[in-house]
Design a binder for this molecule. Structure first.
Ligand code: DGJ
Length: 729
């Protein structure tokens, strides 16, 4: 891995074993983009590009070169308004109302390692030898504005990270109308855009569409990264599939309103941009102030989508997620939500915990309803004081009793919210996000606390800490259950109101940084009505996310398959729940439910006391089995083998790093009579080794399993599954 600057030719070349990324200082002093893709040894030769060409009726940015048309040149951090009419990476408004800027190369710095982004989550290195970084400072002399583009190339992953930092050196105030994390211009290519979209209960469907002249945009304006769109997009070739073809993946480490946009212009060139959503955003940069954008991870694969996903998984598992739990196996948990909803007391919880302990579940999670007067969702968010009527002896007693059963105790919070019917609201009505003189829309009967305010952040830190200090709590589920509306803060000046969403998330990040550092032993799982904030920003603070409120095994095939496009299995909470399923009323077997949930972080979410002895026995075996496979599931390489979006079947597998262990899951949605024979070809095995299938003790060659495949036995009935475990011999 290295970053070179070829001074004469004014070319920067970032490279590792797999990829190259090249930038050039153009003759107008701005930065041009030369190349990103599979490694090119000698980037100096890229000097011959860009080839400029006169085009009729275009504007040109250099007087003596009518071919120097910015619209037709690949640019690195483009502005608007000087012969390039595509949407830009950033836009300012000066005090005179002008929106034109002209950022030219000023200087640069190359160094080993990677710096933190102050106040923002980002990937990191543990040793400087793991990455090299480049900072290129650009300067606009009229505005006296400096923008530093920050790049890091990792040694071990075909990945580059980017962000930008704005510095107002001048005397005038500058309004940032947009400040994206990155822009990359591609040559004339037929790209398709792949995205993860959905809704509550059906998050992260894989959608793919071809791009044509015009703009294709995905974004969130909902306050959080959202159920509807994930802060991820990929540009792929029309023939790119799971195992072949090029894929350029973009993932934004950010949890608030974002944009990912592809624009194809009249020369067939595609510009991809990503960052904070410019809609409803502006930032006042006063003299001597700076602004840091979030980080985007740019991931290149020339071996299809699966390799792109594995790159994300490895990077996020080891260099985004932090803390003690990062490399530890995650506990099998039981959560009482779908088992009791709000209707529980100490006796009920202990009864459930006792039954759970008998099947060797390791962690009991008490969900919503333990505080204030919360017996339904109409009140008490903000009143983080235990409800002793429901839980006499409080959380201390409950935790002690659960610990005595040999289990850890975990607790649910929704700290960012406030119920209008709460003591906190009665005391601090000014603490919610609101506009003076306008009614606030409710969602799930609640409002959002204004986390742009320091006093609100401090209140959350102190209240949550007080609870966590009082009882022996090993796990926290951090929920957030509504979109942001009527964007307004009673504390912000009018000229800063459009900063609210970003200030909110910076406030949340501060709260999370503080709480997770105060309680390093606690395992945190984030949640937002299920998977409404499943993003890399949250993963930086909390190694797991509740993937979806939809726990139906069939629905979960799609949800977990789609989520795996970016996020590793160790980040996905996956629970076995009761049947008929509470979200879709479908009944599936306990086996099918386990066979799906065990391909993530396994949990149970039902009233375990209602299971009959046979079911209890089966669950005990499942937990035992999961403990045997969980290192492989949580830290192995994931392969998507058959897509639930394309057929009646799903198949996926995990292969251990040294290829010695393999786990394969195959699922049938609807049964058919007299079905065709099916085989699944495995991936990622050692072709020269033999593998034993643990159930049948049959021996197979690695090459046989990958080239001939395994035969799928006839599966009887709808919603059926089959799982194989192979061991190298
Ligand atoms: C939404 C979450 O996704 C559920 O799992 C549960 O915790 C409820 N909130 C509780 O209100």
């Amino acid at each position: 891995m290295s970053i070179e600057f070829f001074k004469e030719r004014k070319i920067f070349h970032l490279q590792n074993e797999e990829i190259s990324y090249a930038i050039k200082i153009l003759k107008n002093g701005q930065l041009g983009h030369l190349y990103w893709g599979k490694k090119i040894k000698n980037a100096e030769r890229l000097n011959r590009y860009p080839i400029t060409q006169h085009r009729p009726y275009e504007a040109y940015a250099v007087k003596d070169d009518t071919g120097f048309i910015l619209e037709n040149i690949a640019r690195e951090y483009p502005s608007f308004g000087q012969s390039d009419f595509r949407e830009p990476a950033y836009q300012i408004k000066a005090e005179d109302g002008s929106i034109i800027s002209d950022l030219k190369y000023r200087d640069h710095q190359i160094y080993r390692g990677k710096k933190d982004l102050k106040g923002l989550p980002a990937t990191y290195v543990e040793k400087d030898s793991e990455a090299d970084s480049l900072e290129i400072t650009l300067y606009d002399e009229v505005l006296d504005l400096e923008v530093t583009l920050i790049y890091t190339i990792f040694r071990d992953y075909p990945v580059i990270t980017r962000s930008a930092n704005f510095n107002n050196n001048g005397k005038q105030n500058i309004n940032l109308k947009r400040a994206l994390s990155m822009s990359v211009d591609f040559e004339n290519r037929d790209f398709e855009l792949l995205q993860l979209s959905g809704a509550w209960g059906r998050e992260r469907d894989i959608l793919r569409r071809s791009l044509d002249q015009g703009i294709t945009k995905i974004d969130s304006k909902r306050g959080g990264s959202s159920h509807q769109q994930n802060p991820f997009a990929a540009l792929v070739e029309p023939d790119t599939d799971e195992y072949s073809g090029e894929a350029y993946g973009f993932s934004l480490i950010y949890s608030a309103n974002f944009i990912a946009q592809a624009e194809k212009n009249h020369y067939g060139k595609t510009r991809m941009i990503m960052g904070i959503n410019p809609f409803n955003f502006s930032w006042l940069l006063e003299s001597a102030q700076s602004f840091q954008t979030p980080e985007v991870v740019m991931n290149y694969s020339d071996q299809g989508l699966n390799k792109m996903s594995q790159n994300f998984h490895q990077l996020y598992r080891s260099r985004l997620v932090q803390g003690r739990h990062r490399d530890q196996e995650r506990p099998v948990l039981i959560n009482n939500w779908e088992g009791t909803y709000f209707d529980f007391n100490t006796d009920k919880i202990l009864e459930m915990a006792e039954a759970a302990s008998k099947v060797d579940i390791e962690l009991f999670v008490l969900d919503d309803g333990w505080f204030g007067k919360r017996n339904d969702d109409t009140s008490s968010l903000g009143d983080w004081y235990v409800n002793e009527d429901k839980l006499p002896g409080g959380l201390e007693y409950l935790a002690q009793e659960i610990n005595k059963l040999g289990m850890d105790f975990g607790l649910w919070f929704e700290p960012e919210m406030i119920s209008p019917d709460s003591d906190l609201y009665r005391e601090h009505p000014e603490w919610s996000i609101q506009l003076e003189n306008r009614e606030s829309s409710l969602s799930r009967q609640q409002l959002i606390l204004d986390l742009s305010r320091r006093d609100v952040q401090d209140y959350i830190i102190e209240r949550v800490s007080a609870i966590l200090n009082k009882a022996n709590i090993s796990y926290v589920k951090w929920d957030m259950n509504r979109p942001m509306t009527e964007y307004g803060s009673l504390k912000l000046k009018a000229k800063r109101q459009r900063e609210l969403n970003h200030r909110y998330i910076l406030g949340l990040y501060r709260v999370l940084e503080e709480i997770t550092s105060r309680f390093p032993d606690i395992l945190f799982e984030s949640c937002a009505g299920g998977g409404g904030r499943f993003d890399p920003g949250m993963l930086y603070y909390m190694p797991q996310t509740w993937t979806s409120d939809d726990t139906d095994a069939v629905e979960r095939l799609k949800i977990q398959y789609g989520t795996s496009m970016v996020y590793p299995a160790s980040s996905m909470g996956a629970h076995v729940s009761a049947v008929p399923n509470h979200q879709v009323e479908r009944s599936t077997s306990l086996k099918m439910r386990y066979d799906v949930a065990s391909f993530g972080n396994l949990g149970y979410e039902l009233d375990i006391t209602e299971l009959n002895p046979d079911q209890i026995k089966a669950v005990k075996n499942q937990v035992k089995n999961y403990k045997e496979i969980r290192r492989l599931v949580q830290f192995g390489d994931f392969y998507r083998l058959q897509s639930p979006f394309e057929s009646n079947f799903t198949a996926w597998s995990f292969v251990a790093e040294a290829k010695e262990e393999v786990l394969v899951g195959f699922y049938q949605i609807l049964a058919s009579p007299n079905p065709r024979e099916q085989r699944i070809k495995l991936k990622g095995l050692d072709a020269d080794s033999d593998y034993k299938e643990l159930n049948s003790a049959n021996i197979y060659g690695g090459d046989e399993l990958m080239n001939y495949g395994i035969k799928i036995p006839y599966l009887k009935g709808d919603f059926s599954s089959k799982v194989w475990r192979f061991q190298m011999i």
